[in-house]
Each structure stands twice: as structure tokens, then as C-alpha cells.
Design a protein around this ligand. Sequence first.
Ligand code: HEC
Ligand code: HEC
Length: 248
Amino acid sequence: MTLTTSSNGAAAPGRGSRIANCLGAITCLAGALAVASVSGQPAFAAESDGAAIAANGTDAGAPACASCHGEHGEGQPEGPFPRLAGINAHYLVQQLQDFASGKRASDLMGPIAMALSDSQMNAVATYYAKQSPPKAAEPDPIDEAAITAGETLAERGDWTRGLPGCAQCHGPGGVGVGSSFPKLAGQSMEYITGQLKAWQDKQRANDPLGLMANVAFKLSDKDVTAVASYYASLPAAETTTSGENGGK
Ligand code: HEC
Ligand code: HEC
């Protein structure tokens, strides 16, 4: 046996036996993908690699999340694309499951979420929960009077209308509380406005116990603009949230 054939021969049985050993096991897929990328085939995102899914998408057809949600999950305030960075990982996974099941209707996110496995959802959510890019710039300057009105409503509510402050659930300054009450600080005007309208129009009805729907129904258009202006005016990365540790 020459040196050349022996080195070729060593690689082939190694690959074959690895696949034979894990026949029928789900881990085979990850193993096979790892082998494929080692041998110079196009590299697909490994199940555990949230960063790769975010940047490149998946072999099952999910597009790169970064193309809509920004390179580090900062979002795109000039469109309906939310910030994902620094948001609790469990909350993000729940939303992906709701998109996949249709409980949260979205023509864009539905098919994308359906293309993700549970472990891919976990990996990509964990990745985004740990990112902390600065807030992406709003396309237009935010009205100062609306910010002031929004801050009052957000922090104190309006008890004459039975409206609790957003802070009661989302935390002071919208930093987010646990895995149920997402961070709002630094989310965009357009996204916050769109979600509040989605609850009002019953397009989004996936919140536990209708907690958020009950609030949204009480908001006037002026209130919506005010609270959206307030949260969009806050820096995102500087605030702390339970999401930044990966959403334990
Ligand atoms: C084609 C653009 C596009 C791509 C690509 C995309 N998204 Fe989205 N995503 C959206 C839009 C639009 C929304 C807001 C949907 C709505 O209005 O409810 C959204 C919302 C979300 C939300 C809900 C956030 C929240 O705060 O509730 C999550 C989580 C999410 N996307 C994750 C992902 C992941 C993970 C990927 C990559 C596998 C991805 N998205 C790829 C457009 C996209
Ligand atoms: C009684 C508790 C409660 C109060 C008060 C409350 N929310 Fe919420 N909010 C929730 C819950 C729960 C969710 C998550 C829903 C889900 O799981 O899909 C949510 C989600 C949201 C979201 C979606 C965030 C995202 O990333 O998609 C926005 C925007 C929002 N709330 C804005 C507000 C505003 C503005 C106020 C004050 C006017 C407010 N909320 C008051 C419970 C509350």
C-alpha cells in the first residue's frame, strides 16, 4: 500500500463507519453535515449554531434572519422588522412556535418558522438574546411631545380609563420581565405601532390570558403613537433584561 492510497483509505472508512454507527439516529444529520463541510461541500448551519442560522439560514430553506432583522438582530426601523437582540430567548422561541402553528399570523414569518426545527429555534433565539447592538436609527425624528405623553402612559397608565402602565408588565423603561413580558426599549416606532394595531384588529391573539389584547383595545390612535414614540426613543443595548443572559 502506498502512502497516497493509505491516506485516501483512512478518510473514507472513517466517514462510512461514523454514518453506519449512527444509522437511524437524529444525531446522524448533524454528523453528516459536519462531514460534508469538512470535505468542502457547502456548509449548512449546524443545529447548535444560532449565529450561522442568523447569518446564512438553514438547509431546510429558512432564509438568513439577518437579511430582515439586521446583522446583529438590531432590526430595521424603516420596515416592519423587529429588533431581536437582547430579547428573552424563551419569548423568542414561543413566538417562533406561534408563527409556525399560525397562532400568530404572519405571511413572512409563518413559512420561515415552519422551516426551523425545535433545536434550531432554540439555537437562534439563544444567539439573539445574547446580542447587544445599539438601537438602529429611526428613519424620521421622533416627536418630543409624543415621547413625553408616551412616557407618562407607559410608566403610570391612566386609571380613569382602567389602563395599567405598560411598565407594570414590561418593567420600568420597558426592559422586559422574565420570559413572558418582552423588552420594548429600543424596539422601532413602526414595529410597536404595527403590533398594537394587530392586537386591535385581532391579527395577533397569541398572548397568554389575553393580557396584552386587553391593554391594546383601550388605546386610542394617539396613545399608540405616544407609547411607540417613547419606547422607540430609548436606547436598547444599555438597558438590562433577563434576555441578555440567554433567557434562562
Ligand atoms: C423576509 C424577512 C424576514 C426574515 C428573513 C426573517 N424574519 Fe423574523 N420577522 C419578520 C417580520 C416582518 C416580523 C414581524 C411579524 C409580525 O408583524 O408579527 C418578524 C418577527 C419575528 C419574530 C418575533 C419578534 C417579537 O419581538 O415578537 C421572531 C422571533 C423572528 N421574526 C425570528 C426570525 C428568525 C429566527 C429568522 C431566521 C430564521 C427570521 N425571523 C427571518 C421578517 C423576517
Ligand atoms: C397586563 C400585562 C401587560 C401590560 C399592562 C402591557 N403588556 Fe404588552 N405584552 C404583554 C404580554 C404578555 C406580551 C407578550 C405576548 C405574547 O406572548 O405574544 C406583550 C407584548 C407586547 C408587545 C409585543 C412585543 C414584541 O416583541 O412583539 C408590545 C409592542 C407591547 N406588549 C406593548 C405594550 C404597551 C405599549 C403597553 C402599555 C400601553 C403594554 N404592552 C402593556 C403584557 C402586557
